[in-house]
Design a protein around this ligand. Structure first.
Ligand code: 1QQ
Length: 375
């Protein structure tokens, strides 16, 4: 029997390998074989985002392939966090007819250029970490499963305001990145909606190393809270320098701060950072604990939000491919749009009519060098 099975498996495999996964059913029975292109921020100052994302994808891939309804191959390209590199990586993947769908890129800044290209080419693309306003609205082929800033930021500001009775805030944001700018817009609007007094709005640029001018000004104005829209690299340095100039008030950050890198870089200075996230590794849910344990065994550290979102994203693709019954770009798009209440480690997942996320965030605070529930 084993020999017959082996022979069958070999025949099925060799039959499929010469076919284009994107345009043919490529079925060996019920099985859908699919190649998925990944555009990820794997080198440069924000590479920990892309590392977590690709780790999460590879873990999901292994499990999905072991189950056997769908077989997924990943073709991974580095975007280095740059628009041009993300676009050329995207174009390379899109021009490969074998590739049925894309995951990534990591940053909203990158998705803003890759998304329209994917939509034009009729290939589904899903961001697992792109949280700026307007991403899924780029087009019918553009999706995301990451918690948008528009949901995360008002939740964390509200909790911080309630807890500390805050009335006066200072805002600091990166003005050369789609995500940090969008996060700022959301922060400003949330602060206005809550009737907070915005004392000052300060800006910085990617890769900046000295924030003393902005921080000294902010310190003099004595805010109750600092709202900061930054990626982890700049964000962690800002917190470190803020504590050094004697600013001890809490910070409220967006999705960019949801990385353990903030604690690695800023150390004790990261204490008092408040964020909202769909992911909490301590959650008492067997699915979550199983994922955390396996991830720790495989990669020697706890998974962060970015690993968790990517892990769920590949499962969502696998479910959509299984429902589509074939590895075809249009069929996959339509099937993705229909995903409803898919049970992931971030909860039951559905897209809204735009391909955006419906999700409840949890608010966390860094205390004693650890993300903890903020009560
Ligand atoms: C975006 C983000 C970043 C924090 C991704 C790593 O949310 O660019 O939209």
């Amino acid at each position: 029997l084993m020999a017959v099975l082996l022979l069958f498996a070999l025949t099925a495999c060799s039959g499929n390998s010469s076919e284009k996964s994107s345009k043919t059913a490529s079925n060996g029975g019920d099985k859908v074989n699919a190649k998925i292109g990944v555009i990820s921020y794997l080198t440069g100052p924000g590479a920990a985002y892309g590392e977590a994302i690709t780790n999460g994808l590879k873990m999901a891939q292994k499990e999905i392939n072991a189950k056997g309804d769908v077989k997924i191959d990943l073709v991974i390209e580095d975007s280095a966090g740059k628009q041009e590199q993300a676009l050329s990586a995207g174009q390379k993947l899109m021009s490969n007819d074998d590739i049925v769908g894309l995951i990534g890129p990591t940053l909203s800044t990158e998705m803003n250029v890759v998304g329209p290209e994917a939509d034009m080419n009729g290939i589904p693309i899903m961001g697992t970490s792109t949280t700026a306003e307007g991403i899924p609205q780029i087009g019918d082929y553009v999706f995301r499963n990451s918690l948008p800033e528009a949901l995360a930021i008002p939740a964390s500001i509200k909790k911080a305001v309630d807890k500390y009775g805050a009335k006066k805030v200072a805002i600091l944001y990166g003005n050369d990145d789609v995500f940090t700018k969008s996060g700022f817009d959301t922060m400003k609007k949330a602060a206005e909606d809550m009737g907070l007094d915005i004392l000052t709005i300060e800006t910085f640029q990617k890769g900046q190393s000295d924030y003393n001018a902005q921080l000294t000004k902010i310190k003099g104005l004595k805010p109750d809270l600092i709202l900061c829209s930054a990626l982890y690299n700049e964000g962690a340095v800002i917190m470190d320098q803020a504590r050094k100039v004697g600013i001890d008030v809490p910070f409220v950050g967006g999705n960019g701060f949801n990385s353990p890198q903030v604690i690695d870089i800023a150390g004790k200075a990261a204490d008092g950072l408040i964020v909202a996230t769909p992911w909490f590794a301590e959650k008492q849910d067997p699915k979550v604990q199983d994922f955390v344990k396996k991830y720790e065994t495989e990669y020697g550290k706890k998974p962060d939000q970015f690993a968790a979102q990517a892990y769920d994203a590949l499962y969502i693709y696998a479910e959509a491919l299984k429902n589509a019954g074939e590895a075809d770009r249009d069929a996959l798009r339509d099937s993705l749009a229909k995903i409803k209440d898919f049970p992931g480690i971030l909860g039951n997942f559905s897209f809204d009519k735009d391909g955006d996320v419906v999700m409840e965030p949890t608010v966390l605070i860094i205390k004693d060098g650890k993300f903890q529930p903020f009560q």
